[in-house]
Write a protein that binds this ligand. Sequence first.
Ligand SMILES: [Zn+2]
Length: 291
Amino acid sequence: MSLPPQPWPTGLAEQVEPLVARVLAPNGSPFTYTGTQTYLIGGDEGLAVIDPGPDDPAHIAALVAATGGRPIIAILCTHTHRDHSPAAAPLAALTGAPIVGCAPLVIESDAPRVDAPFDKAYAPDRVLADGDEVAGPGWTITAVATPGHTSNHLCYALEESGALFTGDHVMAWSTSVVVPPDGDMGDYMASLMKLHDRDDRIYYPAHGPAVEKPRQLVRGMVGHRRAREKQIARLLEQGPQTIAAMVPVMYKGLDQRLWPAAAQSVHAHLIEMAKHGQAREEEHGTWTRPA
Ligand SMILES: [Zn+2]
């Protein structure tokens, strides 16, 4: 897959609104799109850093440069995939800032993964629960628990501007990859509905462009997932299915390198459907519709 044109050079701070700047990390890929975007929140007296990104010395140096000597009051991570949280520890060591935010993962899987694996070294100074606040000079950030993409995923609401930092939960360029067992399709759908019931003005995802019509996008994503579930139900009505056989039928035109990710999402749907008696796993990875 060829990468899209870079929206902004890596390593430079771009002010996207009065309290929000972003710095693009040099880690573009089919799973990270143009790369991880680290957000700097606040003004002259102190900053929060959201998703410091991969442990890349050039990116960490760019973040330190972007602070311009302003203190970092908190380093926040949305979740602990390796393209989001590994820079937290070196940035904390350089600046003395505390790491505040999502919990370390409870569930650990050593199964081969198709997307960025987990940062097992992540060690926060303070874990935020849904509704917990972190405040600095002129800004207040509230944690919004949004499990699904990972079980520990948090979004962050900037109360002064109506912006929501959505991490990998909602992005405009791609649907979120939900990889069982840590990823959970039922949780993911509930977390989409949770955002739909809020009235955030704009979303800033960790990858790709800002979302200026957040409700409309979330509604589309809920519809998309329900359509995928219906597709799976129809295939099961035709007879026993394997995930490997379902993916090319369901994802016509998708780059074959992304089939493993699509297979994980189909698996996540099947697990959720099984909970509701709409699918059953038989031997040898065959799925059927319960009679
Ligand atoms: Zn992720």
